[in-house]
Design a protein around this ligand. Structure first.
Ligand code: FES
Length: 121
């Protein structure tokens, strides 16, 4: 069993953060349930995902050292769908329409501030 002292743990976290290829990584659930149960796909997840990718590209935010928007399978938070999570912070969001996605991009990715009104805990 490895035991880290507090200073070493801080250094390891710093090194991992510095090695991250993207500043922000947005994982977007696009899961479609075949049995008819509620899922993110029923809440326009694919359309919002495509809008997020396009908007990040248009703003010059996409790419190494910037933002990466990725598809994800079920994130097991289906009741909040559509859901997405931003790393490295691990901030969870839901969105109703494209203006919500724009707000997440403009506020979180550009200004570095969490959008509390769209956050899910
Ligand atoms: S279907 Fe999206 S979190 Fe489960």
């Amino acid at each position: 069993m490895l035991i880290f002292d507090k200073r070493l743990k801080t250094q390891v976290i710093y090194i991992i953060f510095k090695m991250s290829h993207y500043k922000y990584h947005l994982f977007f659930c696009l899961n479609q349930r075949e049995n008819g149960n509620d899922c993110c796909a029923q809440h326009n997840a694919k359309g919002l995902f495509e809008h997020a990718k396009l908007r990040c590209k248009e703003l010059g935010l996409a790419g190494s050292g910037k933002v990466r928007v990725n598809k994800a399978g079920c994130l097991d938070r289906c009741e909040h769908g559509p859901v997405m999570v931003v790393y490295p912070e691990g901030i969870w969001y839901t969105a109703i329409d494209q203006s919500d996605i724009d707000e997440i991009i403009d506020t979180h990715f550009v200004k570095g501030q969490v959008v509390d009104r769209l956050r899910i805990d």
